[in-house]
Design a protein around this ligand. Structure first.
Ligand code: FES
Ligand code: FES
Length: 161
């Protein structure tokens, strides 16, 4: 079997493994880093459940090979909360605004919202809808998620995070 070495920094920790070139970044994170907060649903780029940050940009980790992230800095949902367990303002906003029900889609939403608010820290409701249009949720009806983004944007302004 042909395999190649891959190394990357995930949530500030270094990881290295020898993998088949076809291994996706999502599978690398889940299987080689034991970071199972990154979820897989459609596995073909439609639902956004697998969204992570690669060098600060939101990507669908089911569509990226792990070798493509070689040498990159990756952030997953496990990397957002503070070391003492305090939730990131986006995570807290999803909790407080009832932005989740089963929670399966939530890690992908939170990572997408993180990248979205970096680009647009003060979005209006239409921009939020557009910004989240690449993530699917089967439970919430989206209203709580939109409220969570508004809440997160406000609290991130307050703390300057
Ligand atoms: S699992 Fe990657 S977009 Fe759906
Ligand atoms: S909360 Fe269940 S799929 Fe979104």
């Amino acid at each position: 079997m042909f395999e190649v070495p891959v190394r990357m920094t995930v949530n500030g920790d270094g990881y290295r493994a020898v993998v088949e070139p076809r291994k996706t970044l999502a599978d690398f994170l889940r299987e080689d880093c034991s970071l199972t907060g990154t979820h897989l649903a459609c596995e073909h780029g439609v639902c956004g459940a697998c969204t992570v940050l690669v060098d600060g940009r939101a990507v669908r980790s089911c569509l990226m090979f792990s070798v493509q992230a070689d040498g990159c800095e990756v952030t997953t949902i496990e990397g957002l909360a503070a070391a003492d367990g305090e939730l990131h303002p986006i995570q807290a906003a999803f909790r407080d605004a009832h932005g989740l029900q089963c929670g399966f889609c939530t890690p992908g939403f939170v990572m997408s919202v993180y990248a979205f608010l970096q680009d647009n820290p003060d979005p209006n409701r239409e921009e939020i809808r557009e910004g989240l249009s690449g993530n699917l949720c089967r439970c919430t009806g989206y209203q709580g998620i939109i409220k969570a983004v508004e809440l997160a944007a406000g609290s991130m302004h307050e703390v300057g995070s």
